[in-house]
Design a protein around this ligand. Structure first.
Ligand code: SF4
Length: 368
């Protein structure tokens, strides 16, 4: 198991659930918009937000936002130690830096300041910034070069006696990212990993690429935090992250929706009903499983895991729970009925992430 770190009020690694991160997509100088984005992301369940801090001119803005954000901030610095020291002075509990390019004396100052403040440092390598030397030393194998690049940075921090470290190795290539992370996790199992497929794209392709890569890593127990990196609003990154973690049964945030693909037996338009129910489904309690199925012949049985479900019938629809049909209902009554049953479920079945993870599958996300 990795060591557990604290970032402000947040724990990361160890037995903590896989954390969901995103990044501010607005310059820090637009203070009010940045704060609004932090609040909006917090409401979506984002737990840590990275913010680019590229210039000393933004120091006042960073300090202002750090004091008001409902989420802990990680300042994204790259290699300028002056900016790293300023960000720590502004109160951020976490930095992302590239210590490879920092002079030793300056890095020592950054590490000392981070240590005094209990801050965390994320280091890592990106496929796009590998040097020709690193590629040559790795024999041209890009995933090996990523490992080499991360280990060079890690060694510099460890040599300074700093261990509150998060590692990351990212690339736009999914196989390259997965292999590099697997190699690193085998060699450094004590450090929490932040995982993601960088610049995964947008829309369906971006989501599939991110989900495929992240799932491969999470299923090996690699990843204490993740970011779904999309060319979309950051809230979409967070929603996708939770959707993935829910599918892998690693986090319980939000309800799980089961719906059938429909076939010639369908009695209702399942897609239209899902769209109509969407506002209610969004508000259902964490950990609840809800089904919308096309017919009463197979629906209740196929969705027997559902806490509550509806299936089309000759006279409208039937409501069922855990495979058992309870009664007939009219489609018009469904939104109110789902809302009521959701409230009932929520009052009796508060569920934690740990309870949500099922039996033998608990190895997901908790490498030991
Ligand atoms: S639940 Fe009914 S309509 Fe839906 S796929 Fe199964 S058999 Fe077809």
């Amino acid at each position: 198991m990795t060591k557990k770190l604290t970032i402000g009020p947040l724990t990361l690694g160890g037995t903590s659930p896989v954390r969901v991160e995103s990044m501010l997509k607005i310059p820090l100088s637009r203070r009010d918009e940045c704060l609004a984005q932090c609040i909006s992301l917090h409401e979506e369940g984002c737990e840590l937000i990275r913010a680019a801090y590229p210039s000393s001119e933004l120091r006042g803005d960073l300090e202002w936002l750090t004091a008001r954000s409902p989420l802990p901030l990680m300042a994204d610095i790259h290699f300028d130690p002056v900016l790293a020291l300023e960000a720590l002075g502004a109160g951020v509990p976490a930095l992302r830096i590239n210590p490879g390019n920092m002079p030793s004396g300056k890095l020592r100052e950054v590490v000392r300041s981070a240590g005094e403040r209990g801050a965390v440092i994320r280091i890592g390598a990106n496929g796009g910034s590998l040097s020709s030397r690193q590629l040559a030393e790795a024999g041209g194998v890009r995933s090996d070069a990523l490992v080499l690049a991360v280990e060079e940075q890690l060694r510099r921090l460890l040599d300074e006696g700093f261990e509150r470290i998060i590692l990351s190795a990212k690339s736009t290539s999914l196989p390259e990212t997965v292999r590099a992370n697997a190699l690193l996790a085998a060699r450094h199992p004590e450090f929490p990993f932040h995982i993601g497929i960088t610049e995964a794209g947008f829309g369906l392709d971006g989501i599939v690429k991110s989900a495929a890569g992240l799932a491969l890593l999470l299923s090996q127990g690699i990843g204490s935090s993740l970011r779904v990196s999309l060319t979309e609003p950051p809230e979409e990154e967070v929603r996708t992250g939770y959707s993935l973690l829910r599918a892998l049964e690693l986090r319980s945030r939000g309800a799980t929706i089961i719906s059938c693909p429909t076939c010639g037996r369908k009695r209702i338009d399942v897609k239209a009903l899902l769209l109509r129910l969407a506002p209610v489904l969004k508000e259902l309690p964490d950990g609840m499983t809800v089904a919308v199925m096309g017919c009463e012949v197979n629906g209740p049985r196929e969705a027997r895991d559902a806490d509550m479900g509806v299936a089309g019938s000759a006279s409208g629809a039937v409501i069922f729970s855990r495979g058992k049909v309870l009664r007939e209902t009219s489609l018009d009554d469904l939104p109110a009925l789902f809302a009521e049953l959701g409230r009932e479920f929520g009052s009796k079945n508060a569920i934690s992430d740990r309870q949500f993870m099922k039996g033998d599958e608990k190895h997901y996300g908790c490498k030991s």
